[in-house]
Design a protein around this ligand. Sequence first.
Ligand SMILES: [Zn+2]
Length: 275
Amino acid sequence: MRSITSEMKTMKEIDDSLQVRRLMDLLPEDKSNKINRILENKCSTWLSVIPTNDNFFAMSADEFRDAMAIRYYFGMKGLPSACDGCGENFDLNHALNCKKGGLVTARHNEARDLNCDLCALAGLAQVTSEPILQESTGDDTKGLRADWSVRGFWEHQRVALFDICILNADAKSLQNQSLKSIFNTRKQIKKDKYCAAAESRRATFTPIIASCEAIFESEAEVYFKRLATILSKKMEIFLLSCTLLHQSQNADLHNEVCKLVYKGLANEMERSWDN
Ligand SMILES: [Zn+2]
């Protein structure tokens, strides 16, 4: 009986994937590239959390529509015609790319702050936002800061430095590159920038590279798994899974998911302390 069930399941999966292929062939290239990227990196389920108001899991109608539009590359409704930062035509791609409009900086800073909060919640010591690795001397030597640092993250008492990059893989400048190649390039740029300064302080350095769909580069995946493990040990229950982080539809929603996990953990901790 079990073998028949398994066989039926396999047949259904094959049939489903053929149907998906047929539908994908009908899509314009930009849409099929995006959806392929989401499917290949297993980010295709994101509404996997009960939408409770308590933890800000419930999305407003606008947030839901925007999230669907971002996910499936539909045109978004109600966007301004011009960017308030640079004055260029405003669309989703521009919103995810423009460094003058403020959204790119906001998503970076929100991710940095959230990771600091999660590390502190996990009970890790000396969590610092924007630690200075190198002071600017005013002449040729530029200052250097990482995004956050934590003592004892990878090794006992050793400082771990992190710097995050969330990128839009649909940006025109990246369109002809594979995601793997984009990740490798960004990772190397970060390592070239930070590794020597980290080593001189006997610290480790880990680049956290992710796409706007919350696809993580392999070192970032290891980081989140480690953070989830430390958090779950702290809580003595396994509440956090990196799968959840993968299931969010973009980096901004990913941030929201992380926040909710954080708030959920905080509520659990309060309850366990009360008891
Ligand atoms: Zn702009």
